[in-house]
Design a protein around this ligand. Structure first.
Ligand code: THU
Length: 137
């Protein structure tokens, strides 16, 4: 079932708050993500860069790892909101799509920004024929 506007607004508020905390002195590209779990909890994350550039972690993965750490049951992601303070929306990078797939192959994805456009999609559309836990079962 598509997420209602109220839930999207709540997630967006959390993602926006996280983006404000981004540690991104190199790219200066602030990203915030908020994920909604199947039991109704929200976890947020921001991107955290490093002087050794390749060690940077994206906002989406930071939020997911936070959720895994806090969850007692196996994490199931229902929705992800990615917020960037830009004029066009930013969709999750390939690495983050793969990590979202691990916990939310059916997740709804909303990419919101300060401009008028929002990307409303699904993980399945962003990462078709994904490799995942089912391949190893
Ligand atoms: N970034 C994210 O946090 N999420 C994405 O989906 C795309 C990229 C971050 C990584 C880096 O800190 C900055 O944006 C520029 O690539």
């Amino acid at each position: 079932m598509p997420l209602d506007l109220d839930a999207i607004a709540k997630l967006t508020t959390q993602a926006r708050g996280a983006a404000a905390k981004a540690y991104c002195p190199y790219s200066k590209f602030h990203v915030g993500a908020a994920i909604l779990t199947d039991d109704g909890l929200i976890f947020a994350g921001c991107n955290v860069e490093n002087a050794s550039y390749g060690l940077t972690i994206c906002a989406e993965r930071n939020a997911i790892f936070h959720a895994v750490t806090a969850s007692s049951e196996r994490l199931v992601i229902k929705a992800v909101v990615v917020y960037t303070p830009t004029s066009i929306p930013t969709a999750p990078c390939g690495a983050c799509r793969q990590v979202i797939n691990e916990f939310g192959p059916g997740a709804q994805i909303f990419c919101v920004c300060d401009g008028p456009d929002t990307i409303r999609t699904t993980l399945g559309a962003l990462l078709p024929e994904a490799f995942g836990p089912h391949n190893l079962a």
